[in-house]
Design a protein around this ligand. Structure first.
Ligand code: ZN
Length: 498
Protein backbone atom coordinates (compact mmCIF):
# COMPACT_ATOMS: atom_id res chain seq x y z
CA UNK A 1 0.00 0.00 0.00
CA UNK A 2 2.69 2.43 1.07
CA UNK A 3 4.75 1.66 -1.99
CA UNK A 4 1.85 2.26 -4.42
CA UNK A 5 1.38 5.65 -2.79
CA UNK A 6 5.11 6.43 -2.85
CA UNK A 7 5.23 5.55 -6.55
CA UNK A 8 2.26 7.80 -7.26
CA UNK A 9 3.75 10.63 -5.25
CA UNK A 10 7.07 10.51 -7.07
CA UNK A 11 5.29 10.70 -10.42
CA UNK A 12 3.07 13.56 -9.16
CA UNK A 13 6.09 15.48 -7.86
CA UNK A 14 7.93 15.22 -11.17
CA UNK A 15 4.80 16.29 -13.01
CA UNK A 16 4.54 19.26 -10.65
CA UNK A 17 8.16 20.16 -11.43
CA UNK A 18 7.42 20.13 -15.15
CA UNK A 19 4.40 22.38 -14.59
CA UNK A 20 6.66 24.72 -12.58
CA UNK A 21 9.12 24.82 -15.48
CA UNK A 22 6.28 25.77 -17.81
CA UNK A 23 5.31 28.55 -15.42
CA UNK A 24 8.88 29.84 -15.30
CA UNK A 25 9.01 29.94 -19.11
CA UNK A 26 5.82 31.96 -19.06
CA UNK A 27 7.14 34.35 -16.39
CA UNK A 28 10.30 34.88 -18.43
CA UNK A 29 8.23 35.59 -21.54
CA UNK A 30 6.20 38.26 -19.76
CA UNK A 31 9.07 39.86 -17.84
CA UNK A 32 12.36 39.65 -19.73
CA UNK A 33 12.20 37.76 -23.02
CA UNK A 34 13.18 39.81 -26.09
CA UNK A 35 10.31 40.08 -28.61
CA UNK A 36 12.00 37.92 -31.25
CA UNK A 37 12.07 34.98 -28.85
CA UNK A 38 8.31 34.57 -29.11
CA UNK A 39 8.17 31.78 -31.71
CA UNK A 40 10.80 29.56 -30.10
CA UNK A 41 9.18 30.15 -26.72
CA UNK A 42 5.75 29.15 -28.01
CA UNK A 43 7.27 25.83 -29.13
CA UNK A 44 8.99 25.29 -25.78
CA UNK A 45 5.85 26.07 -23.80
CA UNK A 46 3.82 23.80 -26.11
CA UNK A 47 6.31 20.95 -25.61
CA UNK A 48 6.33 21.19 -21.82
CA UNK A 49 2.53 21.61 -21.67
CA UNK A 50 2.21 18.47 -23.81
CA UNK A 51 4.53 16.55 -21.46
CA UNK A 52 2.52 17.64 -18.42
CA UNK A 53 -0.76 16.59 -20.06
CA UNK A 54 0.72 13.28 -21.24
CA UNK A 55 1.86 12.42 -17.72
CA UNK A 56 -1.38 13.56 -16.16
CA UNK A 57 -3.38 11.23 -18.39
CA UNK A 58 -0.85 8.38 -18.54
CA UNK A 59 -1.71 4.75 -17.71
CA UNK A 60 1.01 4.95 -15.05
CA UNK A 61 -1.06 7.58 -13.23
CA UNK A 62 -4.28 5.63 -13.83
CA UNK A 63 -2.82 2.33 -12.60
CA UNK A 64 -1.32 3.92 -9.50
CA UNK A 65 -4.66 5.53 -8.65
CA UNK A 66 -6.55 2.31 -9.33
CA UNK A 67 -4.41 0.60 -6.68
CA UNK A 68 -5.27 3.30 -4.12
CA UNK A 69 -9.02 3.12 -3.68
CA UNK A 70 -9.15 2.74 0.11
CA UNK A 71 -8.58 5.69 2.48
CA UNK A 72 -5.14 5.42 4.06
CA UNK A 73 -6.03 7.16 7.31
CA UNK A 74 -3.20 9.63 6.75
CA UNK A 75 -4.64 13.07 5.88
CA UNK A 76 -1.60 14.01 3.79
CA UNK A 77 -1.75 10.85 1.68
CA UNK A 78 -5.54 11.01 1.40
CA UNK A 79 -5.40 14.62 0.23
CA UNK A 80 -2.73 13.89 -2.36
CA UNK A 81 -4.63 10.86 -3.67
CA UNK A 82 -8.00 12.66 -3.73
CA UNK A 83 -6.72 15.73 -5.59
CA UNK A 84 -4.55 13.74 -7.99
CA UNK A 85 -7.53 11.56 -8.81
CA UNK A 86 -9.63 14.65 -9.44
CA UNK A 87 -7.04 16.08 -11.86
CA UNK A 88 -6.62 12.70 -13.58
CA UNK A 89 -10.37 12.14 -13.95
CA UNK A 90 -10.92 15.58 -15.45
CA UNK A 91 -7.94 15.21 -17.79
CA UNK A 92 -8.74 11.74 -19.16
CA UNK A 93 -12.37 12.55 -19.78
CA UNK A 94 -11.51 15.24 -22.34
CA UNK A 95 -10.17 13.76 -25.61
CA UNK A 96 -6.77 15.01 -26.79
CA UNK A 97 -8.29 16.22 -30.08
CA UNK A 98 -10.64 18.50 -28.20
CA UNK A 99 -7.81 19.87 -26.01
CA UNK A 100 -5.73 20.66 -29.09
CA UNK A 101 -8.73 22.19 -30.89
CA UNK A 102 -9.31 24.51 -27.91
CA UNK A 103 -5.64 25.53 -27.81
CA UNK A 104 -5.69 26.30 -31.55
CA UNK A 105 -8.98 28.17 -31.44
CA UNK A 106 -7.93 30.16 -28.36
CA UNK A 107 -4.73 31.31 -30.07
CA UNK A 108 -6.74 32.61 -33.06
CA UNK A 109 -9.49 33.98 -30.84
CA UNK A 110 -6.94 35.89 -28.79
CA UNK A 111 -5.62 37.70 -31.87
CA UNK A 112 -9.16 38.41 -33.07
CA UNK A 113 -10.19 39.67 -29.64
CA UNK A 114 -7.17 42.00 -29.30
CA UNK A 115 -7.99 43.59 -32.67
CA UNK A 116 -11.73 43.72 -32.00
CA UNK A 117 -11.10 45.43 -28.68
CA UNK A 118 -8.80 48.03 -30.24
CA UNK A 119 -11.43 48.84 -32.84
CA UNK A 120 -14.42 48.25 -30.58
CA UNK A 121 -15.76 45.85 -33.18
CA UNK A 122 -17.58 42.93 -31.53
CA UNK A 123 -18.89 41.29 -34.76
CA UNK A 124 -15.35 40.37 -35.92
CA UNK A 125 -14.72 38.55 -32.62
CA UNK A 126 -18.17 36.90 -32.43
CA UNK A 127 -17.47 33.86 -34.69
CA UNK A 128 -14.41 32.95 -32.59
CA UNK A 129 -16.35 33.32 -29.38
CA UNK A 130 -19.16 31.14 -30.76
CA UNK A 131 -16.62 28.45 -31.58
CA UNK A 132 -15.08 28.64 -28.08
CA UNK A 133 -18.49 28.47 -26.39
CA UNK A 134 -19.27 25.37 -28.42
CA UNK A 135 -15.91 23.75 -27.56
CA UNK A 136 -16.27 24.53 -23.86
CA UNK A 137 -19.78 23.09 -23.84
CA UNK A 138 -18.32 19.90 -25.28
CA UNK A 139 -15.72 19.89 -22.48
CA UNK A 140 -18.53 20.24 -19.92
CA UNK A 141 -20.37 17.30 -21.54
CA UNK A 142 -17.19 15.17 -21.41
CA UNK A 143 -16.52 15.97 -17.76
CA UNK A 144 -20.13 15.70 -16.69
CA UNK A 145 -22.19 17.78 -14.28
CA UNK A 146 -25.09 17.45 -11.91
CA UNK A 147 -27.37 20.34 -12.84
CA UNK A 148 -26.02 22.50 -15.68
CA UNK A 149 -22.92 22.54 -17.91
CA UNK A 150 -21.56 25.66 -16.18
CA UNK A 151 -21.01 23.50 -13.05
CA UNK A 152 -18.30 21.53 -14.86
CA UNK A 153 -16.54 24.72 -16.00
CA UNK A 154 -16.72 26.51 -12.64
CA UNK A 155 -15.35 23.41 -10.92
CA UNK A 156 -12.08 23.80 -12.81
CA UNK A 157 -11.31 27.06 -10.98
CA UNK A 158 -13.25 26.65 -7.73
CA UNK A 159 -13.39 22.91 -6.99
CA UNK A 160 -16.47 21.83 -5.11
CA UNK A 161 -18.45 25.04 -5.67
CA UNK A 162 -21.71 24.74 -7.61
CA UNK A 163 -23.34 27.24 -9.96
CA UNK A 164 -26.42 27.26 -7.74
CA UNK A 165 -24.33 28.21 -4.68
CA UNK A 166 -22.65 31.04 -6.58
CA UNK A 167 -26.01 32.23 -7.94
CA UNK A 168 -27.48 32.37 -4.45
CA UNK A 169 -24.50 34.24 -2.99
CA UNK A 170 -24.42 36.68 -5.89
CA UNK A 171 -28.16 37.35 -5.70
CA UNK A 172 -27.73 38.34 -2.04
CA UNK A 173 -24.65 40.40 -2.87
CA UNK A 174 -26.54 42.20 -5.61
CA UNK A 175 -29.44 43.01 -3.27
CA UNK A 176 -26.98 44.56 -0.83
CA UNK A 177 -24.72 46.38 -3.28
CA UNK A 178 -27.09 48.02 -5.75
CA UNK A 179 -28.75 50.24 -3.08
CA UNK A 180 -25.33 51.06 -1.63
CA UNK A 181 -24.05 52.21 -5.02
CA UNK A 182 -27.21 54.31 -5.44
CA UNK A 183 -26.80 55.83 -1.97
CA UNK A 184 -23.18 56.70 -2.71
CA UNK A 185 -24.13 58.22 -6.09
CA UNK A 186 -26.71 60.43 -4.37
CA UNK A 187 -24.52 61.38 -1.40
CA UNK A 188 -23.99 65.07 -0.68
CA UNK A 189 -20.42 64.47 0.50
CA UNK A 190 -17.67 62.64 -1.40
CA UNK A 191 -13.90 62.25 -1.13
CA UNK A 192 -11.66 63.94 -3.70
CA UNK A 193 -9.88 61.14 -5.57
CA UNK A 194 -8.10 63.50 -7.95
CA UNK A 195 -5.18 63.89 -5.51
CA UNK A 196 -4.12 60.37 -6.56
CA UNK A 197 -3.54 61.52 -10.15
CA UNK A 198 -0.95 64.14 -9.21
CA UNK A 199 2.71 63.54 -10.04
CA UNK A 200 4.27 60.61 -8.11
CA UNK A 201 7.88 60.00 -9.23
CA UNK A 202 8.40 56.34 -10.08
CA UNK A 203 11.69 55.90 -8.18
CA UNK A 204 10.00 56.96 -4.97
CA UNK A 205 7.05 54.66 -5.73
CA UNK A 206 9.41 51.73 -6.22
CA UNK A 207 11.10 52.32 -2.87
CA UNK A 208 7.76 52.64 -1.10
CA UNK A 209 6.39 49.47 -2.65
CA UNK A 210 9.48 47.49 -1.62
CA UNK A 211 9.32 48.80 1.93
CA UNK A 212 5.62 47.95 2.32
CA UNK A 213 6.20 44.50 0.80
CA UNK A 214 8.92 43.81 3.36
CA UNK A 215 6.73 45.08 6.19
CA UNK A 216 3.99 42.69 5.02
CA UNK A 217 6.49 39.86 5.44
CA UNK A 218 7.33 39.06 1.81
CA UNK A 219 10.67 37.23 1.79
CA UNK A 220 12.85 38.63 -0.99
CA UNK A 221 15.27 35.71 -0.51
CA UNK A 222 12.37 33.54 -1.67
CA UNK A 223 10.91 35.80 -4.31
CA UNK A 224 11.31 38.71 -6.68
CA UNK A 225 9.32 41.69 -7.81
CA UNK A 226 9.61 42.82 -11.42
CA UNK A 227 7.68 44.99 -13.84
CA UNK A 228 5.20 43.71 -16.44
CA UNK A 229 2.33 45.15 -18.47
CA UNK A 230 -0.24 43.00 -16.67
CA UNK A 231 0.70 42.39 -13.02
CA UNK A 232 0.64 38.75 -11.92
CA UNK A 233 2.10 36.27 -9.44
CA UNK A 234 3.77 33.07 -10.52
CA UNK A 235 5.88 30.37 -8.93
CA UNK A 236 4.71 27.07 -7.60
CA UNK A 237 7.25 26.55 -4.85
CA UNK A 238 7.49 28.56 -1.62
CA UNK A 239 11.20 29.26 -2.16
CA UNK A 240 10.76 31.03 -5.51
CA UNK A 241 7.77 33.33 -5.90
CA UNK A 242 7.71 35.83 -8.76
CA UNK A 243 5.55 38.94 -8.54
CA UNK A 244 5.13 41.77 -10.99
CA UNK A 245 3.72 45.24 -10.75
CA UNK A 246 3.46 48.29 -13.00
CA UNK A 247 4.09 51.96 -12.35
CA UNK A 248 2.15 55.01 -13.48
CA UNK A 249 3.67 58.33 -12.42
CA UNK A 250 0.22 59.95 -12.49
CA UNK A 251 -1.75 57.30 -10.65
CA UNK A 252 -0.36 56.16 -7.30
CA UNK A 253 -2.82 53.27 -6.62
CA UNK A 254 -1.69 51.35 -9.70
CA UNK A 255 1.64 50.28 -8.19
CA UNK A 256 0.83 50.78 -4.49
CA UNK A 257 -2.32 48.66 -4.24
CA UNK A 258 -1.39 46.55 -7.24
CA UNK A 259 1.77 45.48 -5.44
CA UNK A 260 0.00 44.87 -2.12
CA UNK A 261 -2.44 42.67 -4.08
CA UNK A 262 0.31 40.61 -5.70
CA UNK A 263 2.30 40.42 -2.44
CA UNK A 264 -0.86 38.99 -0.86
CA UNK A 265 -0.81 36.23 -3.49
CA UNK A 266 2.93 35.86 -2.96
CA UNK A 267 2.66 35.50 0.83
CA UNK A 268 0.22 32.65 0.29
CA UNK A 269 2.65 30.95 -2.09
CA UNK A 270 5.55 31.43 0.34
CA UNK A 271 3.43 30.12 3.21
CA UNK A 272 2.44 26.83 1.57
CA UNK A 273 4.07 23.84 3.31
CA UNK A 274 7.52 23.45 1.70
CA UNK A 275 7.77 19.78 2.66
CA UNK A 276 4.84 19.04 0.33
CA UNK A 277 6.07 21.10 -2.61
CA UNK A 278 4.87 19.97 -6.08
CA UNK A 279 2.09 17.86 -4.58
CA UNK A 280 -1.53 18.84 -3.83
CA UNK A 281 -0.74 19.15 -0.10
CA UNK A 282 1.72 21.90 -1.03
CA UNK A 283 -0.62 23.70 -3.43
CA UNK A 284 -3.19 26.48 -3.09
CA UNK A 285 -6.86 25.55 -2.61
CA UNK A 286 -8.57 27.41 -5.44
CA UNK A 287 -8.49 30.66 -7.37
CA UNK A 288 -11.09 32.10 -4.99
CA UNK A 289 -9.00 31.35 -1.90
CA UNK A 290 -5.90 32.72 -3.64
CA UNK A 291 -7.80 35.91 -4.44
CA UNK A 292 -8.98 36.17 -0.82
CA UNK A 293 -5.36 36.54 0.25
CA UNK A 294 -4.54 39.24 -2.29
CA UNK A 295 -7.75 41.19 -1.72
CA UNK A 296 -7.36 41.05 2.06
CA UNK A 297 -3.94 42.69 1.92
CA UNK A 298 -4.91 45.11 -0.83
CA UNK A 299 -8.23 46.26 0.61
CA UNK A 300 -9.00 45.16 4.16
CA UNK A 301 -5.47 46.06 5.25
CA UNK A 302 -4.16 48.40 2.53
CA UNK A 303 -7.20 50.67 2.37
CA UNK A 304 -7.86 50.71 6.12
CA UNK A 305 -7.64 53.61 8.53
CA UNK A 306 -5.32 51.55 10.75
CA UNK A 307 -2.82 50.95 7.97
CA UNK A 308 -2.67 54.63 6.99
CA UNK A 309 -2.40 55.68 10.62
CA UNK A 310 0.99 54.01 10.48
CA UNK A 311 2.09 54.71 6.91
CA UNK A 312 0.69 58.08 5.86
CA UNK A 313 3.39 60.36 7.30
CA UNK A 314 6.01 58.23 5.55
CA UNK A 315 4.19 58.36 2.21
CA UNK A 316 3.65 62.10 2.53
CA UNK A 317 7.41 62.55 3.09
CA UNK A 318 8.21 60.53 -0.02
CA UNK A 319 5.86 62.58 -2.24
CA UNK A 320 6.05 66.13 -0.86
CA UNK A 321 4.92 67.82 -4.10
CA UNK A 322 1.78 65.70 -4.40
CA UNK A 323 0.76 65.32 -0.77
CA UNK A 324 2.10 68.25 1.27
CA UNK A 325 -1.36 69.87 1.39
CA UNK A 326 -3.29 66.61 1.85
CA UNK A 327 -4.26 65.35 5.29
CA UNK A 328 -4.46 61.70 6.28
CA UNK A 329 -8.26 61.60 6.31
CA UNK A 330 -8.44 63.13 2.83
CA UNK A 331 -5.95 60.57 1.54
CA UNK A 332 -7.87 57.71 3.15
CA UNK A 333 -11.08 58.96 1.54
CA UNK A 334 -9.38 59.22 -1.85
CA UNK A 335 -8.10 55.62 -1.81
CA UNK A 336 -11.59 54.44 -0.85
CA UNK A 337 -13.60 56.55 -3.32
CA UNK A 338 -16.53 54.74 -4.93
CA UNK A 339 -17.60 55.60 -8.45
CA UNK A 340 -19.32 53.44 -11.09
CA UNK A 341 -16.89 52.99 -13.97
CA UNK A 342 -16.85 50.80 -17.07
CA UNK A 343 -13.59 48.93 -16.61
CA UNK A 344 -13.53 46.03 -14.13
CA UNK A 345 -9.83 46.18 -13.28
CA UNK A 346 -10.15 49.85 -12.33
CA UNK A 347 -13.29 49.35 -10.22
CA UNK A 348 -13.47 50.27 -6.54
CA UNK A 349 -14.24 47.79 -3.76
CA UNK A 350 -18.00 48.41 -3.79
CA UNK A 351 -18.73 48.29 -7.51
CA UNK A 352 -16.17 45.58 -8.34
CA UNK A 353 -18.42 42.67 -7.42
CA UNK A 354 -21.21 44.05 -9.61
CA UNK A 355 -18.85 43.78 -12.60
CA UNK A 356 -18.37 40.12 -11.69
CA UNK A 357 -22.06 39.41 -11.12
CA UNK A 358 -22.78 40.76 -14.61
CA UNK A 359 -20.18 38.46 -16.18
CA UNK A 360 -21.38 35.45 -14.21
CA UNK A 361 -25.03 35.95 -15.14
CA UNK A 362 -24.17 36.42 -18.82
CA UNK A 363 -21.75 33.54 -19.18
CA UNK A 364 -24.08 31.18 -17.38
CA UNK A 365 -26.78 32.02 -19.95
CA UNK A 366 -24.28 31.78 -22.82
CA UNK A 367 -23.13 28.32 -21.74
CA UNK A 368 -26.73 27.19 -21.26
CA UNK A 369 -27.52 28.41 -24.78
CA UNK A 370 -30.09 30.92 -23.57
CA UNK A 371 -28.08 33.93 -24.74
CA UNK A 372 -26.74 33.97 -28.31
CA UNK A 373 -23.20 35.30 -28.76
CA UNK A 374 -24.46 37.92 -31.23
CA UNK A 375 -26.72 39.37 -28.52
CA UNK A 376 -23.95 39.77 -25.90
CA UNK A 377 -23.25 43.51 -26.43
CA UNK A 378 -26.89 44.45 -25.99
CA UNK A 379 -27.34 42.15 -22.97
CA UNK A 380 -24.12 43.46 -21.43
CA UNK A 381 -25.11 47.11 -21.72
CA UNK A 382 -28.63 46.51 -20.41
CA UNK A 383 -27.37 44.63 -17.36
CA UNK A 384 -24.59 47.13 -16.75
CA UNK A 385 -27.11 49.96 -16.66
CA UNK A 386 -29.34 47.96 -14.32
CA UNK A 387 -26.49 47.20 -11.89
CA UNK A 388 -24.34 50.33 -12.03
CA UNK A 389 -26.63 53.04 -13.34
CA UNK A 390 -24.39 53.98 -16.28
CA UNK A 391 -24.17 52.60 -19.83
CA UNK A 392 -20.89 51.70 -21.58
CA UNK A 393 -20.35 54.04 -24.56
CA UNK A 394 -18.83 51.28 -26.72
CA UNK A 395 -17.94 47.55 -26.63
CA UNK A 396 -14.27 48.29 -26.00
CA UNK A 397 -15.37 49.58 -22.59
CA UNK A 398 -18.09 46.94 -22.42
CA UNK A 399 -18.09 43.28 -23.37
CA UNK A 400 -14.70 43.33 -25.14
CA UNK A 401 -12.60 44.55 -22.20
CA UNK A 402 -11.52 41.24 -20.61
CA UNK A 403 -9.16 38.61 -21.99
CA UNK A 404 -10.92 35.65 -20.29
CA UNK A 405 -13.56 34.76 -22.88
CA UNK A 406 -10.98 34.90 -25.67
CA UNK A 407 -9.20 32.07 -23.86
CA UNK A 408 -12.45 30.15 -23.43
CA UNK A 409 -12.13 30.61 -19.66
CA UNK A 410 -15.83 30.49 -18.78
CA UNK A 411 -16.33 29.95 -15.04
CA UNK A 412 -13.26 31.93 -14.02
CA UNK A 413 -14.87 35.30 -13.24
CA UNK A 414 -16.88 34.22 -10.15
CA UNK A 415 -13.63 33.44 -8.31
CA UNK A 416 -12.81 37.16 -8.16
CA UNK A 417 -15.97 38.00 -6.21
CA UNK A 418 -15.74 34.82 -4.14
CA UNK A 419 -12.26 36.02 -3.19
CA UNK A 420 -13.72 39.26 -1.83
CA UNK A 421 -16.31 37.35 0.19
CA UNK A 422 -13.78 34.87 1.59
CA UNK A 423 -11.45 37.77 2.43
CA UNK A 424 -14.05 39.65 4.47
CA UNK A 425 -15.15 36.52 6.32
CA UNK A 426 -11.56 35.45 7.07
CA UNK A 427 -10.62 38.95 8.19
CA UNK A 428 -13.57 39.14 10.53
CA UNK A 429 -12.45 35.81 12.05
CA UNK A 430 -8.89 37.14 12.37
CA UNK A 431 -10.23 40.18 14.21
CA UNK A 432 -12.09 37.97 16.65
CA UNK A 433 -9.01 35.84 17.22
CA UNK A 434 -6.75 38.89 17.60
CA UNK A 435 -8.89 41.54 19.36
CA UNK A 436 -6.21 44.24 19.06
CA UNK A 437 -5.51 43.56 15.38
CA UNK A 438 -6.34 47.13 14.28
CA UNK A 439 -4.05 48.59 16.94
CA UNK A 440 -1.28 46.28 15.85
CA UNK A 441 -1.69 47.30 12.18
CA UNK A 442 -1.81 50.96 13.24
CA UNK A 443 1.45 50.42 15.15
CA UNK A 444 3.15 48.93 12.07
CA UNK A 445 2.78 45.26 13.01
CA UNK A 446 1.59 43.32 9.96
CA UNK A 447 3.24 40.09 11.01
CA UNK A 448 0.58 39.10 13.53
CA UNK A 449 -2.01 38.92 10.75
CA UNK A 450 0.42 37.06 8.49
CA UNK A 451 1.14 34.52 11.23
CA UNK A 452 -2.60 33.97 11.67
CA UNK A 453 -3.05 33.43 7.92
CA UNK A 454 -0.10 31.03 7.89
CA UNK A 455 -1.52 28.97 10.76
CA UNK A 456 -5.14 28.95 9.65
CA UNK A 457 -5.03 28.98 5.85
CA UNK A 458 -1.61 28.65 4.19
CA UNK A 459 -0.33 25.60 6.07
CA UNK A 460 -3.18 23.34 4.92
CA UNK A 461 -2.32 23.24 1.21
CA UNK A 462 -5.26 21.50 -0.48
CA UNK A 463 -6.25 19.48 2.57
CA UNK A 464 -9.65 21.25 2.68
CA UNK A 465 -11.80 22.36 -0.24
CA UNK A 466 -12.62 26.08 -0.18
CA UNK A 467 -16.10 25.65 1.31
CA UNK A 468 -14.74 23.39 4.09
CA UNK A 469 -11.82 25.70 4.79
CA UNK A 470 -14.15 28.67 5.32
CA UNK A 471 -16.24 26.69 7.80
CA UNK A 472 -13.16 25.44 9.59
CA UNK A 473 -11.57 28.88 9.88
CA UNK A 474 -14.65 31.00 10.54
CA UNK A 475 -17.18 28.51 11.97
CA UNK A 476 -19.70 29.51 9.27
CA UNK A 477 -20.36 28.65 5.63
CA UNK A 478 -19.46 31.34 3.12
CA UNK A 479 -21.87 34.28 3.47
CA UNK A 480 -22.22 37.78 2.02
CA UNK A 481 -22.89 39.38 5.43
CA UNK A 482 -19.28 40.01 6.49
CA UNK A 483 -18.45 41.65 3.15
CA UNK A 484 -21.57 43.82 3.08
CA UNK A 485 -21.11 44.89 6.71
CA UNK A 486 -17.51 45.75 5.95
CA UNK A 487 -18.15 47.92 2.88
CA UNK A 488 -21.20 49.62 4.39
CA UNK A 489 -19.32 50.40 7.58
CA UNK A 490 -16.30 51.67 5.73
CA UNK A 491 -18.09 53.88 3.19
CA UNK A 492 -20.63 55.46 5.53
CA UNK A 493 -18.32 58.12 7.01
CA UNK A 494 -16.77 59.06 3.66
CA UNK A 495 -20.19 59.61 2.05
CA UNK A 496 -22.18 60.70 5.09
CA UNK A 497 -24.49 57.67 4.81
CA UNK A 498 -26.50 56.48 7.74
ZN1 ZN B 1 -5.37 38.48 -7.85
Amino acid sequence: MASAYEALLEFVRETGQLAAIQELLDWDQQVCMPPKGVHARAEQVGLVAGLVHERLTSPRMGDALAALTEPTGDPVADTNIRETRRAYDRAVKVPGDLVREIARTSALAHEAWAQARRESDFPTFAPFLERLVDLRRRVAECIGYVVEPYDALLDEYEPGMSTAQVAELFAALRRGLVPLVQAVAGAARRPDASILTRHYPIDAQRELVLEISRAMGFDFEAGRMDVSTHPFTSGSCPGDVRLTTRYDDHFLPSALFGAMHEVGHGLYQQGLPAEHVFTPMGASVSLGIHESQSRMWENLVGRSAAFWHCWYADVQRRFPDALADVGREAFLGAVNAVSPSFIRVEADEVTYNLHIILRFELEREIVQGRLAVADIPQAWNAKFTELLGVTPPDDRRGCLQDIHWSMGAFGYFPTYALGNLYAAQFFSAARQAIPDLDDRVAGGDLRTLLDWLRENIHCHGQRYRATELVEKVTGQPLRVGPFLDYVRGKMSPFYGLR
